[in-house]
Design a protein around this ligand. Structure first.
Ligand SMILES: Cc1cc2nc3c(=O)[nH]c(=O)nc-3n(C[C@H](O)[C@H](O)[C@H](O)COP(=O)(O)O)c2cc1C
Length: 176
């Protein structure tokens, strides 16, 4: 039964759209959190406390094993969807070249191999991006390589790659 299955939500080390992603997470039921090491650090930079997730019944999986042990849950029919939001340019690059040496890139790769659909919210999708540093907004100019990687990922099967919150919510609607 699809509705009983959970969503695996992955957070990487991105300040861009972190707040908006967390706002969505707190509206969802049957959701677990998977953090890259940088994701865990960046949550602290932006004053988020993992206890706030746990108190809402969200299980939190950290990147503490070389083998990304929590990915084995994907083999147990627990999850109907993997969401990576926000996704750093590092994670996007790893994903589109088939690398998987963090918990989040492993979740993405193993989801693909298990034919579990994914939604990825990419940060660096336009030549100019206004992003939220911990204390202020900053303007960044993603390089050609970041824009190329984003375009490449969009060609992958069974993955919705989105570049704004409206599209993220639309993609999620199919699953909640
Ligand atoms: C406060 C802070 C905010 C960051 N925000 C971003 C971001 O918005 N986008 C990005 O690509 N990297 C960002 N980074 C850098 C990533 O955290 C870094 O590239 C890290 O290695 C990514 O690892 P991950 O992809 O495994 O999470 C930020 C770093 C810090 C300290």
């Amino acid at each position: 039964m699809t509705d009983k299955k959970r969503i695996a939500w992955c957070i990487t080390g991105s300040g861009h759209y972190l707040k908006e992603s967390i706002e969505i997470i707190f509206t969802l039921k049957n959701i677990d959190l998977f953090l890259s090491k940088a994701g865990e650090e960046v949550l602290k930079w932006y004053d988020y406390n993992l206890e706030d997730f746990k108190s809402k019944g969200i299980k939190v999986f950290k990147d503490t094993t070389a083998s990304s042990a929590p990915v084995s849950l994907l083999y147990e029919d627990v999850y109907k969807l993997v969401v990576v939001s926000p996704a750093t340019s590092n994670t996007i690059a790893q994903m589109c070249y088939g690398l998987s040496d963090t918990l989040v890139t492993n979740m993405f790769a193993q989801a693909g191999k298990c034919k579990i659909p994914s939604i990825v919210f990419a940060c660096d999708t336009e030549p100019t991006v206004i992003t939220q540093a911990p204390k202020k907004s900053v303007t960044l100019y993603p390089r050609d390589i970041e824009l190329e990687n984003y375009e490449k990922l969009r060609t992958f099967k069974n993955i919705d790659v989105v570049d704004n919150i409206v599209k993220l919510n639309q993609a999620l609607k199919k699953w909640i």
